[in-house]
Design a protein around this ligand. Structure first.
Ligand SMILES: [Zn+2]
Ligand SMILES: [Zn+2]
Length: 331
């Protein structure tokens, strides 16, 4: 067995059951460094300087398959019942976005135009993967200083699955419910509330609100919410991408200043593949009820749970003040 998705009937949540993951081995040489392209599987996409050949050096951003993937394009999509249980094969994709040719460049130190390229690559991969009718959802995450990670080279991970990822499913259900009662997007409501309240704002730019959510799950958890309603990241404008690149760099420097260079996780929450419907009226209101955003979580390893409730020992208002001051001090 390579892997399969099993549904927990009691909670409705999917579990990926598989053999233990073998991570990339950064032996002597880093497989993500220019000149070592032969150490990765053939590339899926890349931005290159003019004249540079695929699978050789000269790239600016490079996307390759994960070596030991959670989900694979080559698998068949099998949905089957096993007695009363459901299982689905791991048909999808697991990709690595190598963000910068430089081996140990942290996000805070990356050139802004390089962050811009990475953000366009996210858009390109989302568009491409959503053309696949067997892919239901695509999740882009980025771990900085992951404990036990062998490769410090900056990269993001793209997972495309034949199911909707759990946290996105919860958000989609909540957003739809809010819309059905109020005919408004819950995230647009949050935007208005937070801008009026001011206490949890970290930054307000022409395109984005950066804030610590009212019920942040950990100290200094931060959301970047577009001020213009849109359910899918792929529709982002060039001005929006430029603004977002500056915010990501700024937030990385701010976390460094406020929290002493902490590990952090970034997750892009965006609409699933709306072209794939299991039920006829699925996604009927998603364009109006869901709103893409980024979630940044410093010290994700400190996420503490008591009886299923998250414990946050830094009040969000205090965290926002700390981050505002740290942002100002980094300028
Ligand atoms: Zn490297
Ligand atoms: Zn909205």
């Amino acid at each position: 067995m390579r892997g399969e998705l099993r549904k927990d009937l009691a909670t409705g949540q999917w579990v990926l059951v598989r053999q233990p993951e073998q991570e990339w081995q950064a032996d002597a040489e880093c497989p993500f460094c220019p000149g070592n392209e032969h150490l990765t599987p053939p590339e899926i996409a890349a931005y290159r300087k003019e004249g540079a050949m695929p699978n050789g050096p000269g790239w600016q951003v490079r996307v390759v398959p994960e070596r030991n993937p959670f989900f694979q394009v080559e698998d068949d999509l099998l949905r089957e019942g096993l007695g009363m249980y459901d299982r689905i094969s791991t048909r999808g994709a697991s990709e690595i976005v190598i963000e910068d040719p430089a081996h140990d460049r942290a996000l805070a130190g990356m050139a802004e135009e390089q962050v811009v390229r990475v953000l366009w690559m996210y858009r390109d991969r989302l568009q491409d993967l959503k053309r696949d009718a067997k892919i239901r959802d695509v999740l882009i995450t980025r771990r900085y200083k992951k404990p036990g990670a062998r490769i410090p080279h900056p990269y993001s991970r793209i997972l495309a699955a034949p199911i909707i990822f759990g946290q996105i499913r919860t958000e989609l259900d909540r957003a739809r419910e809010h819309y059905l009662y109020k005919r408004r997007c819950i995230y647009c409501d949050i935007l208005r509330e937070e801008i009026a309240a001011e206490a949890r704002i970290v930054r307000l730019t022409p395109h984005f609100l950066v804030f610590v959510p009212y019920a942040a799950r950990t100290a200094c958890q931060t959301w970047i919410l577009p001020r213009q309603h849109a359910c899918a990241y792929e529709t982002v404008s060039p001005e929006g991408v430029n603004d977002l690149a500056g915010l990501l760099k700024g937030l990385a420097a701010t976390f460094d200043r406020a929290l002493g260079d902490p590990p952090f996780e970034l997750a892009l929450h965006t609409a699933p593949n709306l072209a794939v419907k299991l039920l006829p009226d699925e996604w009927a209101t998603v364009a109006r009820d869901y709103h893409w955003h980024l979630e940044l979580t410093p010290h994700p390893e400190r996420l503490a749970l008591v009886g299923g409730i998250t414990v946050n020992e830094t009040p969000p208002e205090q965290a926002a003040r700390l981050l505002r001051e740290a942002w100002a001090a980094t300028r």
